[in-house]
Structure formats: structure tokens, C-alpha cells
Design a protein around this ligand. Structure first.
Ligand SMILES: [Zn+2]
Length: 315
């Protein structure tokens, strides 16, 4: 996910009221998910120590995640989530992975340039004793605002100044092409300048990757195109296997139970749907653990299959 959203102001205000009423003094009206910043979910997977940070959450019309879906079915889906219909609140789960001498961040959030309910990552890292300068590798799954606009501060300085950045070569070429705006739906063209500035800021520190590339031993790039042309997920060895899905799966109900629904944030819907179905078939069969950027925090679980209907089961 990650393009222009048409965020509904009234729902945002309702959300603010809700948070203020329920979280009392802890709540900031501008930063509704700050409470997540101090309680970071941690787990071990094989050689990897993983902490899931939150960049906050987005507020998007749920209909964008299910274009053309039968209204009664979408209504039923929304009844099963926390978000006040007709909105969805996709989370922004960002794993920080310690392995060997490396500290690896997977995506960097929106830097508070995209939605006022995001941009929590840097503050949360610092609150939890992580110096952004100590991060050695930043893996960027794809170049949507909610995943990469947090690369640099407003002065253009890198927020993670000592990291090597890993980006899909196909993804880089797509977004850095001077004609990219013309190939996007009209609503999404506005994201191009800041996206290009963010990528340009890391040009001297970038390593281009493709399917099968090993970021470190046991952590591999898995192509999951469709959402964007060069999006990839990450496969981590250990016990059952773990896949950090990026936006190949974006919603813990819709992506699993209705993978054929058209997601308005997928740039090539047919490819994205085929990627989703392929991934679901595989991870359900292999019992692979999943970590989804947009699933409800901390976004970890499995895909259960029953008569080829999938269901997300939190771990
Ligand atoms: Zn996204």
C-alpha cells in the first residue's frame, strides 16, 4: 500500500476522539499509536533476533482494498476489524533484525511526510535504545511512501547514515524513470517527486538486488511483483521458515480470504493477485511464519487453508 489515499477527515477526528477517550494521558491527538513505541514485540527466528517496531498506522478507505467487491461481503469483513467502517487502518510493522554483526531494518516508514498517523519509527527506535547510526543495512521492499519516505529528514540528510541500502533493480529503474508519473493512475502521480528524492538520497549507498540475492547468510530476496513492478519479500531460514511479506499480502482478512479482490494500491492487479495466490498456497502448505507490514501489530502469524480458503491465524 502506499499511494495517495483520500483520507477522510471526519473519520480521522473520530479516531482521535476515540484514542483520547480510551488512552487518557498517554494519548497524543497527533500521534495516536505512540503507545506502541514503548512496547516492542520481540522474537527469535533461527539465527535472527527480531524486534517489530511500529511506524504508526495508515487510514485509508477500505473500499480501496477491495475494488468491486460485493458490498455485503466487504461490510462483513470490516465488522471483524478494529477500524471504524468505511475506513481501514493498515498497520506499519517494521522489523529490526540483529544477526552476526549486522543490524538490519526492513523498510523505513513514511517519515511523517505521508500520513499524520505514521512517522513513529525514528522516535520508537531511540526510545528503545537503538541509535539509527548503528543500523548497518536497510532493506527496502518497494518504493511506496509508507515504506521509503522515511529515508531522509527534511534537510535531505539520511536518517540511517551508515547503512547500505538494498533495493530491487527493477523497482529502482521504474521509479527513477523520468516518465514514471505518466504510467501511474492520476491519483498517484503526486508521490513521484518525493519518492525520487528519497531514492536519490541513497544513490551512493545502494546495492541492487534481485530474486535469490542473499542480504546476509539465511536471508534471501523473494520476488513478489504486482503491488509494484520490483517489489520483493524476504525469506529467513530457521525452524519453519519466515517470510516478511512486504505488500504482497496487505490485510489480515481481505488478502487471505479474498485474494482475488482488486487492491487499488496494486499497480498491476493481475500480477499482484497471482503473486498473492501463489504465496498463500506455498506458505499454507509449508507452514511458513509470516510477518506482514500492514497486518495488525505485530503482524505475525500463519496462513491456514481449509478447502482452498485461507485464513490468517496470529502466532
Ligand atoms: Zn504499504
Amino acid at each position: 500500500m502506499g499511494t495517495s489515499t483520500g483520507c477522510n477527515g471526519r473519520d480521522f477526528l473520530n479516531r482521535r476522539k476515540f484514542i483520547i477517550a480510551t488512552a487518557g494521558a498517554l494519548a497524543s491527538p497527533l500521534l495516536p499509536d505512540r503507545t506502541l513505541a514503548s512496547s516492542v514485540h520481540a522474537f527469535r527466528h533461527g539465527d535472527f533476533d527480531i524486534r517489530v517496531f511500529s511506524d504508526g498506522h495508515m487510514i485509508v478507505p477500505a473500499s480501496m482494498l477491495a475494488i468491486g467487491a460485493p458490498a455485503n461481503k466487504l461490510k462483513e469483513v470490516l465488522r471483524r476489524t478494529d477500524a471504524p467502517a468505511p475506513m481501514a487502518w493498515p498497520a506499519a510493522n517494521i522489523p529490526l533484525i540483529k544477526v552476526g554483526g549486522d543490524l538490519i531494518l526492513v523498510d523505513v516508514g513514511d517519515g511523517r511526510y505521508f500520513q499524520p498517523t505514521e512517522g513513529e519509527l525514528l522516535g520508537s527506535l531511540r526510545l528503545n535504545g537503538v541509535d539509527p547510526a548503528s543500523i548497518t543495512k536497510v532493506v527496502l521492499t518497494h518504493a511506496h511512501p509508507d515504506h521509503i519516505w522515511g529515508i531522509a529528514n527534511s534537510a535531505g540528510e539520511l536518517n540511517y547514515p551508515n547503512a547500505t541500502y538494498y533495493v530491487g533493480g527493477v523497482e529502482w529503474n521504474f521509479w527513477m524513470n523520468s516518465g514514471v508519473a505518466g504510467s501511474l493512475p492520476a491519483d498517484f502521480r503526486g508521490i513521484v517527486p518525493r519518492t525520487q528524492r528519497a531514492l536519490a538520497a541513497i544513490a551512493g549507498r545502494v546495492t541492487f538486488v534481485k530474486h535469490g540475492h542473499e542480504i546476509v547468510s539465511g536471508m534471501k530476496v523473494l520476488d513478489t511483483p504486482g503491488h509494484t513492478p520490483g517489489q520483493f519479500s524476504l525469506e529467513l531460514e530457521g525452524d519453519t521458515g519466515l517470510i516478511i511479506t512486504a505488500d504482497a499480502l496487505t490485510h489480515e482478512v481481505i488478502s487471505f480470504e479474498y485474494p482475488e479482490w482488486v487492491n487499488g494500491f496494486d499497480l498491476d492487479s493481475d500480477v499482484a493477485i497471482s503473486t498473492r495466490k501463489k504465496l498463500l498456497t506455498r506458505v499454507a502448505m509449508e507452514r511458513t511464519k509470516l510477518l506482514g507490514f500492514h497486518f495488525r501489530y505485530p503482524g505475525i502469524g500463519y496462513a491456514d487453508a481449509l478447502n482452498s480458503v485461507y485464513r490468517f491465524v496470529p502466532a
